[in-house]
Ligand binder design. Structure first.
Ligand SMILES: Nc1ncnc2c1ncn2[C@@H]1O[C@H](COP(=O)(O)OP(=O)(O)OP(=O)(O)O)[C@@H](O)[C@H]1O
Length: 244
């Protein structure tokens, strides 16, 4: 479902060129959950943005469902590939009700029956009709992240990219959101690509994961390998001993 082939990304600033990604190659089969772990500045968000066509690649390329990703991707691509951001408060328009927030992509992508779809999307994420006409500030952090997920799911994507989906949430709410995402992934056969600093979380959620450092993939392993500590790379070993 996701093919990342030798992707490099350079950012040209006034003073210097930053090579944010160096020759990154990864592949993610349909219906599986893939995690991307690495320290701050290792290039995780840049890779996610390149996968969405939001950041230009300097060389290499990304294909999703066989389609080459380009900048300003067509509407059909944007329906198939959805992103959930770390800070859902910033990503939800504070002046819009939940109904408008979920309804907007439905209108853009010309889905029929928006009313029915909005109610179903709310139900899918464990929210009731009573939440439909609330504004983001009238919801808890966990409920806001549920709305952000409902907005993505309403337009029936194949792939969801999640950038630190729980790190802005209270610890007690994190497990709820993780369990929700995992249930929806299984129900809908979604392919998930999840960025996190949190190695135990990624191990719990993902089938396979990549460890990144300084713009490069150091190692790709299964979660089972990680649990059994079957790791080759020295940096992965350091990360593992620091967090498990
Ligand atoms: N628009 C930009 N212009 C210049 N440099 C950038 C830009 N975006 C990212 N970078 C640089 O690219 C590198 C990778 O950044 P990126 O945000 O992808 O890391 P990250 O692993 O997602 O970090 P974090 O976990 O802190 O979000 C960093 O050195 C960052 O400073």
């Amino acid at each position: 479902m996701i093919e990342i082939e030798s992707v490099s990304v350079d950012f040209h600033t006034k003073l210097r060129t930053v090579r944010a990604l160096k020759d990154v190659s990864l592949s993610v089969p349909q219906g599986t959950v893939f995690g991307l772990v690495g320290e701050s500045g290792s290039g995780k968000t840049t890779l996610l943005r390149a996968m969405m066509g939001l950041t230009a690649v300097s060389s290499g390329g990304v294909k999703i469902a066989g389609e080459a990703v380009r900048q300003n991707p067509p509407l059909a691509f944007r329906r198939r590939v959805q992103m959930v951001m770390q800070d859902c408060y910033a990503s939800l328009n504070p002046a819009h009700t939940v109904d408008q927030i979920i309804g907007e992509p439905l209108a853009i992508h010309r889905f029929d029956n928006p009313e029915k779809r909005i109610l179903q999307a709310l139900k899918d994420v464990g929210l009731g009709p009573e939440h439909r006409f609330r504004f983001p500030h009238q919801l808890s952090g966990g409920q806001r992240q549920r709305v952000a997920i409902a907005r993505c799911l309403a337009i029936e994507p194949q792939v969801m990219l999640l950038d630190e989906p729980t790190s802005a949430l209270d610890v007690s709410i994190q497990a709820e959101i993780v369990n929700l995402v995992m249930r929806l992934q299984q129900q809908k056969g979604l392919t998930l690509f999840i960025i996190s600093h949190d190695l135990p979380l990624v191990t719990h959620m993902c089938d396979r994961l990549a460890i990144m450092r300084k713009g490069m993939v150091r190692e790709v392993i299964t979660s089972q390998d990680l649990i059994e500590r079957k790791v080759e790379d020295d940096y992965t070993k350091v990360l593992l001993s620091a967090s498990l």
